[in-house]
Design a protein around this ligand. Sequence first.
Ligand code: SF4
Ligand code: SF4
Length: 403
Amino acid sequence: MPEDLEGLKEQYLRCVRCGQCRSVCPVFEVVKNETATPRGKVFLAHLLATGEIEANAQVQAQLSRCLLCRSCSRECPSAIPVHQIVTAARAELAVKAPSLVKRLVFRKIWTRPRRLALAAGVTRNIQALGLDRLGLYLRLLPPGFALPGRLPRRPAHTIIPAITPATGETRLRVGYFLGCSTNFLLPGAAANTVAVLSSLGCEVVIPPELKCCGLPQLASGEAAAASALASANSEVFRRLNVQAVVSDCASCTATLKESPEFDGLKVTELSELLLELIQKYSPGLKQIQKPVTYHDPCHLAKAQGITAAPRELLRLTCMDFREMDGAADCCGSGGAFALYHYRTSMSILNKKIANIKKSGAEIVATSCPTCIMQLRHGLAAHGCKIDVVHTVELLGKTLGRGT
Ligand code: SF4
Ligand code: SF4
């Protein structure tokens, strides 16, 4: 189980309210209100823990104004893990002032793959009938419902075999953690992950009994559900006896790495594994001709400290790789944040879109499905014809293994 507020007491008591975290918080930059600052949220969590404020909808609303992007946690001179404190405060709120809707979605549906698949199927049918557009037009649905775009007809787990052998000699047996977002939103990226790993000598196993990584539950305060998911998933991989667990979703990878239930299992970030294999075995790589830039997902750059490997991969595979300004700035997605706080999310996103345009790139590569969804939404809203792809999709093309 992640630390609760009591366990984080020493941490939040160390906050000296210096305000350094304010300067890096994308939410504060837009909202410009002290309650939206990281230190404001730490203080709120403190008051909640001591019972000086009641657990109510107002506190819930204030604590929901956090992307869990971790910019503040990295910036804080006292190394206060603000994102953990916010997560723990949300868990406390979920117990003291539960939201029935969140409980239904994150505990009852999202934890069960069949129910989640059913919900995705219903969404697909609603989209096919155009009812989502009607609902958005009539303002019966919140604008954030437009974010995922059209769901692909078939999720990844229905098109990729449970075991894909290595092409040629088997160098590694990896367990592929196929996360919910990749599965339902980006089956093409999932197919590329498997094809690229296989072409580099990996036998790829996708256990059919895998569940969500637990991040949506953690972020919504359902800590016990998140722990149960991590336990179930780690048991699956232990039984498979794989040499590494890998995921193409930055958020899933960060969550698995930080889950105590995964202790003893080797969780490897995809771009680092691919770079290692490419450097070791030097496969022939074709070059992508179009100018490409890269967006750092917060859960890769800030949560895992990984910024070099994806860039190295792109430099190896793209004729014209160019950095954009503010590549590490949050895109404003933050999972359900964009749904709850659509306008704030879009204001944060606008800055990113301006930087993408300024870079002159025709393709944006990144490695987080929700960032991809958010960037595509923003670029379409700005009328930009710039592709947003997962880094592994470019690699699939350059290795001649893309789908
Ligand atoms: S930077 Fe750290 S110590 Fe300073 S106000 Fe923010 S959380 Fe508190
Ligand atoms: S995690 Fe990100 S959004 Fe949340 S308070 Fe810190 S900087 Fe702001």
